[in-house]
Write a protein that binds this ligand. Structure first.
Ligand SMILES: [Zn+2]
Length: 495
């Protein structure tokens, strides 16, 4: 059995990595690309950190693992997903069963920590309980670090305080790096993995700065450089038998506009408010929206406080204004929830009207294709995926009925009803100008990846099968991906 080192580069995109590597700006990643195999890695729908890492961990599409968004289903309250939301065996369970000794650090959605054969420290989306397996591991790590371990950033990005955010993120990155270096040296492992997410955080914040150049224009490059240096340090601790995989959960690109899909559905008559919510709805339509209120708050310098509010709370505040509780469910036929472009059809209401679900869906698709940016007069929809086109498997029926992809994800849907009273608006959150794309990155290096031409068609779903294959383990038939390793997989070798 060989060994595997996986470095997850959250939001890592080949569009940035390849030119920077060629220019010599990312020497370690560049060397791995030159000596191994590299290409784009296609993410899943939706290309969001939570569901994407769940697909990485399971080798299946969300229709089989059941995680479709950051939020759990249910309109009444916002609950974030965690490890328990993944409803199929993860790599950690499969590898542990085969006696593979694991070290897993900072992979998103690994809280509460599963009991694995080895060591695990939770990543993004961790809760307040113990974050490591075994539980005492975190104390050992903190004794080495000389400070508290952190699974999230203590501050949010803010225009005017760019340096603070970059410095804080860098400090956090080095904390994770130091943890990884400590564990890679001290623990026995066959599979070692850590995720770095400074690349995601700074790309969300600084994309616009990179496009226009000037101060902080190289902030994203700095983030990739830090990850490159961390990779270099990790590589000092591996032997010849180790295969190295660099991979990301999704790519990145510019974020341009906001699309209030629920407002569109409201204007088209697919979504209705309850009578008692009419006054609120009227205020909203007249332009008194949370964005306006946030604007006023900014004037009174209350923004720092609002920014440090955790995402769950922020949703709740927005939610209070005009929310799903204000919707007349008897008469609402379709609504949007989630911020990528998810549309749910309220099937009981559609059927009560005596309509066929599929006929209604076709009509809705027709209307959605008409979505236009009022400012430019241009249509904005690239693709509309139905549930069965996006997903397959046991839980596929829980997914949204439609996914609208607008301008290659540079136009995002506003999560709730509360933004502006126009359908398409400029993206208002100043501290966000980058967002996720389908094209992530993959680099394979070492005994399982003899150098070859650029890899085409690799998918995030291929990661779990690839890792199993490299370790000489069978790939379960239910997995949706295939091995990318440079020799026949056991299944392909069969006559
Ligand atoms: Zn991500």
């Amino acid at each position: 059995m060989g060994k595997v080192l996986v470095v997850g580069i959250d939001g890592g995109t080949m569009d940035l990595v390849l030119p920077w590597a060629k220019e010599g700006k990312l020497p370690h990643i560049g060397r791995l690309i030159r000596e191994g195999v590299a290409g784009e890695l296609k993410s899943i729908i939706p290309p969001l950190t939570g569901p994407a890492w769940a697909s990485f961990m399971t080798g299946v599409n969300p229709g089989k693992h059941g995680v479709f968004d950051f939020m759990k289903p249910g309109l009444e309250q916002i609950h974030l997903i965690d490890y328990r939301s993944i409803r199929i065996a993860t790599l950690w369970e499969i590898l542990s069963r085969h006696g593979v000794r694991l070290v897993v650090i900072h992979v998103p959605v690994t809280y509460p920590p599963p009991e694995i054969d080895g060591y695990l420290i939770g990543g993004t989306l961790s809760g307040k309980g113990p974050i490591s397996h075994p539980p005492e591991l975190i104390g050992e790590v903190e004794a080495h670090l000389g400070e508290r371990y952190r699974t999230s950033m203590p501050i949010g990005p803010r225009v005017g305080a760019e340096r603070d955010y970059i410095e804080e993120f860098s400090r956090w990155h080095l904390l994770i790096e130091k943890t990884a270096l400590y564990l890679i040296e001290r623990k026995k492992w066959d599979f070692f993995m850590t995720v770095f997410n400074i690349t995601d955080g700074l790309a969300h914040f600084l994309w616009r700065y990179m496009e226009r150049g000037g101060e902080f224009g190289d902030g994203i490059l700095q983030a990739y450089s830090m990850v490159d240096r961390s990779i270099g340090r990790l590589l000092e601790h591996i032997g010849r038998e180790t295969t190295v995989i660099l991979m990301s959960d999704h790519g990145f690109g510019p974020l341009k506009k906001n699309v209030n899909l629920n407002l569109y559905l409201l204007k088209k008559g697919f979504l209705k408010f309850r009578k008692r919510s009419y006054p609120k709805a009227a205020l909203f339509m007249a332009g008194l929206t949370p964005n306006r209120l946030m604007g006023l708050a900014r004037k009174f310098k209350m923004t720092e406080r609002t920014r440090s509010i955790p995402i769950e709370m922020r949703y709740r505040i927005l939610d209070w204004f005009l929310s799903f509780r204000d919707i007349d469910w008897e008469n609402t036929l379709a609504y949007s929830r989630g911020h990528i472009g998810q549309i749910h059809i309220n099937r009981p209401a559609v059927e009560r009207k005596g309509w066929d679900f599929y006929q209604f869906r076709d009509r809705l698709i027709g209307e959605l294709w008409e979505l236009t940016d009022e400012e430019t007069g241009e249509r904005i929809v690239d693709r509309i995926l139905t549930q069965e086109e996006a997903y397959w498997g046991e839980f596929a029926g829980e997914a949204p009925d439609l996914f609208i992809i607008m301008r290659n994800f540079s136009y995002l849907a506003y999560p709730l009803l509360t933004s502006d009273n126009r359908i398409v608006t400029d993206y208002k959150v100043e501290s966000r100008s980058g967002t996720h794309r389908m094209n992530g990155m993959f680099v394979g290096w070492g005994p399982s990846f003899p150098p070859r031409a650029r890899l085409e068609g690799a998918k995030l779903l291929d990661m779990a099968p690839t890792i199993l294959d490299v370790l000489g383990l069978p790939i379960p038939d239910y997995m949706d991906g295939k091995s990318l390793a440079g020799r026949p997989t056991p299944r392909e070798a069969e006559p």
